[in-house]
Design a binder for this molecule. Structure first.
Ligand code: NAP
Length: 255
């Protein structure tokens, strides 16, 4: 059903982090199909080129800002570069860059913990703060990739869950800060269960101290394109309506 006053995305500008793979890539392509001018960000330039080419071949516009989000100065430069390229304004920020590792709390590796904290929490906050400088006064849209692990703590994934609880807190906190300031930028998150992406190979990698991917998941899981469809719905609702979070899991996923 199409509502009155749905938001038309045609001609809007976006920055999508984590656009080289999985959920970020699917969202970037979906935005490109809607006529959004999309800046693609991640470390692997060759992968970003492929995504940009797919968007352009489908008639859309895409720009690449390769950056390592472990480096704060690279986040700043990527956001500024994307905004400059699209004429000084960003309407949409999709924070999809993220990593997930089991790295247990009892004996996990400090480097795994540090990288999850740096990318899932710190980089998301920095990218958001920098992007807001280029948002229109009438308000833009920010969508954060949260997780079911930001709503309940899975065994063996306690540290990853801590970073996703932080994403949930930052999503809610930012919305309140913006409203206090009279800013109507919408701030949403999507909180999926298992999605079929490269992240799961890292999460369940041998030696990570937990169960194997095939022991943990023996049922059909979500597709990145299904998450992208949810994000499009969040963005196209009338601007007076804001979906603040969406919990979505594979139907067969119990917890
Ligand atoms: N897959 C799931 O089951 C699932 C479930 C719930 C939530 N999520 C969340 O969804 C988000 C996207 O994950 P995904 O499943 O799509 O995983 P993915 O396919 O592995 O994609 C992760 C993205 O993050 C980027 N990235 C990683 N390290 C980076 C760095 N240092 N600097 C810049 N970019 C970096 C990767 O690009 P480069 O390697 O090219 O830099 C890639 O584009 C994450 O926040 C994840 O926690 C995933």
């Amino acid at each position: 059903m199409i509502l009155a006053n749905e938001t038309n995305l045609e001609g809007k500008t976006a920055l999508v982090t984590g656009a080289s793979s999985g959920i970020g890539r699917a969202i970037a392509k979906a935005l490109g199909n809607e006529g959004v001018k999309v800046a693609l960000c991640a470390r692997r330039r060759d992968r970003l080129e492929e995504v940009a080419e797919a968007i352009r071949n489908a008639g859309g516009e895409a720009w690449i800002e390769a950056a390592d989000f472990f480096q704060v100065n690279e986040i700043d430069a990527a956001v500024r570069g994307a905004a400059d390229h699209w004429g000084g304004q960003l309407d949409i920020l999709i924070n999809a860059a993220g990593i997930g590792r089991q790295a247990k709390l009892v004996d996990g590796d400090t480097q795994d913990w540090r990288e999850m904290l740096d990318l899932n929490v710190l980089a998301l906050a920095v990218a958001t703060r920098e992007a807001l400088k280029f948002f229109p006064e009438s308000g833009g849209d920010i969508v954060n990739l949260g997780s079911m692990s930001g709503h309940r703590v899975p065994g063996r994934g306690g540290f990853y869950a801590a970073t996703k609880f932080a994403v949930r807190a930052m999503t809610e906190g930012l919305r309140q800060e913006l409203r206090i300031a009279g800013n109507l930028t919408r701030v949403s998150s999507v909180s999926p269960g298992f999605v079929d992406t490269e992240l799961l190979d890292d999460y369940f990698r041998p030696g990570s101290g937990g169960v194997s991917k095939y022991d943990a998941i023996n049922y059909p899981i979500l597709k990145p394109e299904e998450i992208a469809a949810i994000v499009l719905r969040q963005l196209t609702l009338p601007r007076t309506a804001e979906i603040t979070d969406v919990l979505v899991r594979p139907t067969a996923q119990g917890v």
